[in-house]
Design a protein around this ligand. Sequence first.
Ligand SMILES: *Cc1c(COP(=O)(O)O)cnc(C)c1O
Length: 341
Amino acid sequence: MNKTIDLRSDTVTRPSDAMRAAMANAEVGDDVYGDDPTVNRLQLVTAELFGFEAALFAPSGTQSNLIGMMAHCDRGDEYLVGQQAHTYKYEAGGAAVLGSIQPQPLPHQPNGSLALADIAAAIKPDDIHFAKTRLLALENTIGGKVLPRDYLDAATALAHERGMITHLDGARIFNAAVKQGISLRAATAGFDSVSVCLSKGLGAPVGSVLCGSRDMIQRGLRWRKMLGGGLRQAGILAAAGLYALDHNIERLAEDHENAILLATGLADIDKLVVTDPQTNILYADMAEIHCVALAKHLQNRGILASVSPHMRLVTHLDVSRADVALTVSAFKEFFRAAYRH
Ligand SMILES: *Cc1c(COP(=O)(O)O)cnc(C)c1O
């Protein structure tokens, strides 16, 4: 059996031998006491990379976003967020359930942004009938799309003018910065906090980091403890994150190239409608009738994909150029066979 080609997500990467060696050799301590030197270093390095005063390691991006929102908002506050945003749609309603923070979802523009007019119109007046509109939460990349830097300037300026706080779900901000050829600091300018994932394209097995002001991170520490995210010898995990920051950022450009190769190959198949990927995520639309058989066909060839009428395919550091070629052949073979009479 050949190796599996897993295109379901960039979360599926396995730590490399070198990353595992860094984990095995990590100096550790009890991080709840603030004693883990490797966690402390990861937090310092990440805060510095993104240009924030402080940072906090969290076991997942879901928790890191939630800590961020809870550190910014009080019970009965509200946050403005995209209808398709991870914090709104894919985090089990945590901001509302655990944070008592009401989401006010807004529709996305075709480029993934929230229209400035929609943001402005959603900010509620100071009136006892309304929740207090406290926070604007954006996500970059969103569905693999990179939000334009001038849009982010305008959106964060608008929020600040209206007395709001800004949070960026930057799970894939590394992909955005590499694609735009800008620094990580430039990519997060205008935001009061950012949550970044080490476990997506960067290839670490576990971990996210929340960056913000010293005060905010201090408040976040208590929420992290309450949410069960206070870890002990977490340096073993932080070492993977430090390794990823050192070795796996620039190489994201390869994932972006592979996504384009994959999209170009699949676009030859006239039963598929393929989007042009901006980063490492592409979508292929097809008639529902193909889905079950296609999933089976791919699986028989060691290719894992979330086959659906609106299929997302994700490239990452465990998907090579050769894997992309094999995947394109497998798709072509399927659709040739399906239409041979
Ligand atoms: C993956 C992801 C997260 C966090 O996910 P976890 O699985 O909890 O680490 C948050 N936001 C976005 C946009 C993501 O893709």
